[in-house]
Design a binder for this molecule. Sequence first.
Ligand code: ATP
Ligand code: MG
Length: 283
Amino acid sequence: MKAKEIARRIIGIELDEGRGQGGEHFGHRVERGELDLSHNVILYLDEITVSFDGFKALNKLSMTIDVGELRCIIGPNGAGKTTMMDVITGKTRPDSGKAFFGQSIDLTHFSEPEIAHAGIGRKFQKPTIFERHSVFENLELAMKTDKRAAMSLIAWLADDERDRISDTLRLIRLDHDADRPAGLLSHGQKQWLEIGMLLMQEPKLLLLDEPVAGMTDDETMRTAELFVSLAGQHSLMVVEHDMAFIKQLGGKVTVLHEGSVLAEGDLDSVQNDQRVIEVYLGR
Ligand SMILES: Nc1ncnc2c1ncn2[C@@H]1O[C@H](COP(=O)(O)OP(=O)(O)OP(=O)(O)O)[C@@H](O)[C@H]1O
Ligand SMILES: [Mg+2]
């Protein structure tokens, strides 16, 4: 019965503090098999505009991310980077424009839970880990997105589920900390655990907003290695201000400014772009 009690406690926490609850359900539930990647594009933003009291946080923003790509997004404060992620995850509805996941799924018609279920994972700044549970248990919980499944299966993990947790533990470099309460991890380790929890849900596209904020240089470097190793299997969109980190990621860089794409290319080319320099120096 102990396991069931734990499950109930955990589920209670999930219900109170879990991510992605609520939201209107006016789309249908997107099953993973529906994702059409035939044109090798995971995400296509088509002229997205978002206004807040007349101010355009996104202004006809268009962008394409390929399957397996690691895309870096930079841009000054207020450029619209977080707002863009809010639109992709269904937190904010655009005034106009479409956001295609694969060829055919327009995300602007789905709720946050539906979008998460469809295969888009988002890492928030504040980790939503369960501090009093072990690192292992956190990953186990993240794997079981269905509450009823968590209730009935918590006491019994299939071998392949254990393997998946072990693989993820190694990937996020927490295999030696599996039994420690998550609350005792360092700031950087908590961030990795949160990423591991996202990975347990097997997202196709991962959105990471300032993932290395507050990390030590060493943790930042290891996070870059982790992201590089995830690319290919997953598509990643990483927003960061830390240029050394962006350089280490080595992906294509998109510069946002005033809600639109200002420049795009490898880091060297955008850093040498006169318009980008002006925007960062402030005119
Ligand atoms: N809910 C909101 N209501 C009103 N204005 C908003 C809201 N959310 C964002 N904004 C405004 O929209 C603009 C874009 O904000 P956003 O948070 O997307 O920028 P950002 O590129 O993520 O910036 P930062 O690098 O500082 O995180 C800003 O001017 C911001 O003040
Ligand atoms: Mg932001």
